[in-house]
Design a protein around this ligand. Structure first.
Ligand code: IMP
Length: 429
């Protein structure tokens, strides 16, 4: 039995929550390795719906869960989320949740800066979640971040605060904002430290030990490969690496720890925020996909942009992320369409290409080349075996596998955990 890494293979919101929950129930430890509370994972367990942003999905079932150093952690958001799920009956104790002590913090000044920049950008805005994710990662690589371990030594934090404030005060002045209120920031940090520190540990040691003991690990990615800061639709991306290769650096493990890489792929395409989207349908098709798929953001409540399945993008995402197999989700949203389109290539300057070019201007200009397949009569909702799927729905799934050059390991046919067709068990390698 090996480890499993789950990543989104489109622009996020592929339905990772359900798959991760299902896998988490069989894992010994669940690890978040990038992103922050910009993620929105919805878990439906029985008649309860849990909405998680920062906490690893194992938490709901009491599976030991780790927030790795590759995450940016807003301690106030953490507290609010822990209190919210406590109200739903889920206790989060330091036995269950472990936070890397070298994890950088998201501070209120990061949230401010995220919003100031977005508001000032007009039509060129990224459409971020305004959670301060980008500014917090900037401070991490700029070597001026305050990290979880600093919460235990706030009397010594002045030199770090000097660097941080010098940088931010200059930026804030450009937006006509007052300098950082250092005293207030420090007192806020002192207040939240007592909440966070019981969870803080050198988690790489726990993970190393778990690896030695042959424990099954589940690495839970957030967002999707097309939002990766290197491989996504730059600059309309998030500020972390979302590819599976990040598991090692974002958790403190070697590159082999990732194990089976399960790419979560929605049977059509959605995107929140700005940026290129070749197969977007700003028409009744997009509207229908959005309505049937309940495509509203978990974190921001924004409507998601919707379009046809883009095999070019998923093939690329699978390649740069080393996807072993995919979990295809929300197939039932396509029930009832007379014809369904799949994008198999792009037309650019009179040529057909089979990849998304790196330049944003080219990404905005590519025209999708579609193939059309017949829709299926009846419903795929709730199917738990191939035999329960209409033949044409199976044909659609098989065509996707062929085009993206990756096998299907799971097909998810409703938000309910058991409505899943298991083709290949990722934990079995
Ligand atoms: P940020 O991560 O808040 O900086 O936002 C950057 C881009 O990533 C925006 O287009 C967001 O809509 C998108 N984004 C961030 N997190 C998620 C997610 O969990 N699902 C889908 N899109 C996301």
């Amino acid at each position: 039995m090996g480890n499993v890494t789950v990543i989104g293979a489109q622009w996020g919101d592929e339905g990772k929550g359900k798959i991760v929950d299902w896998l988490a129930s069989r894992a010994d430890v669940v690890v978040r390795f990038q992103g922050g509370h910009n993620a929105g994972h919805t878990l439906v367990v029985g008649d309860q719906t849990y909405k998680l942003s920062l906490l690893p999905s194992g938490i709901v079932r009491g599976t030991p869960s780790v927030i790795g150093n590759g995450v940016v952690l807003d301690p106030w958001a953490l507290k609010a989320e822990i209190e919210r799920i406590a109200a739903q009956g889920v206790e989060v104790t330091p036995d269950v949740l472990m936070i890397a002590d070298n994890c950088p913090l998201i501070l209120p000044i990061h949230r401010d800066l995220d919003a100031l920049r977005e508001d000032a950008s007009g039509a060129g805005k990224i459409g971020t979640t305004r959670r301060g994710i980008g500014p917090a990662y900037e401070d991490k690589v700029g070597r001026r971040a305050i990290r979880v371990c600093d919460l235990a030594k706030l009397d010594d934090v002045a030199p770090l605060l000097d660097r941080l404030c010098a940088h931010h005060d200059a930026l804030r002045a450009g937006f006509n904002e007052p300098p950082i209120d250092r005293e207030r920031l420090l007192s806020d940090l002192r207040e939240i430290a007592g909440f966070v520190l019981p969870y803080a540990r050198p988690v790489w040691r726990d993970l190393d030990q778990a690896l030695q003991q042959g424990r099954k690990m589940l690495f839970e990615g957030a967002q999707g490969v097309l939002l990766d800061v290197d491989h996504g639709t730059y600059p309309f991306v998030t500020s972390s690496n979302t590819v599976a290769g990040t598991t090692g650096s974002g958790a403190g493990m070697g590159p082999r720890a990732a194990g089976f890489v399960l790419g979560i792929v929605k049977a059509y395409t959605t995107r929140v925020g700005s940026g290129p989207f070749p197969t977007e349908q700003e028409n009744e098709v997009g509207q229908r996909l959005g309505e049937r798929g309940h495509e509203f953001g978990t974190v921001t409540g924004r409507s998601r942009r919707c379009g046809w399945f883009d095999a070019v993008l998923v093939r690329q995402a699978a390649a740069v992320s080393g996807v072993t197999g995919i979990a295809l989700t929300k197939l039932d949203v396509l029930d009832g369409f007379e014809t369904i389109r799949i994008c198999t290539g792009y037309r650019l300057d009179g040529e057909i290409i089979d990849y998304l070019p790196a330049h944003a201007a080219d990404q905005a200009r590519v025209e999708p080349v579609y193939e059309e397949i017949e829709g299926w009569p009846g419903s795929t909702q709730g199917a738990r075996s191939w035999a329960e799927l209409p033949a044409r729905a199976i044909k659609y799934v098989r065509r996707i596998e062929e085009l993206i050059r990756c096998p299907v390991a799971l097909v998810s046919t409703s938000p309910q955990r058991d409505d899943t067709i298991l083709v290949r068990d990722p934990f079995a390698g």
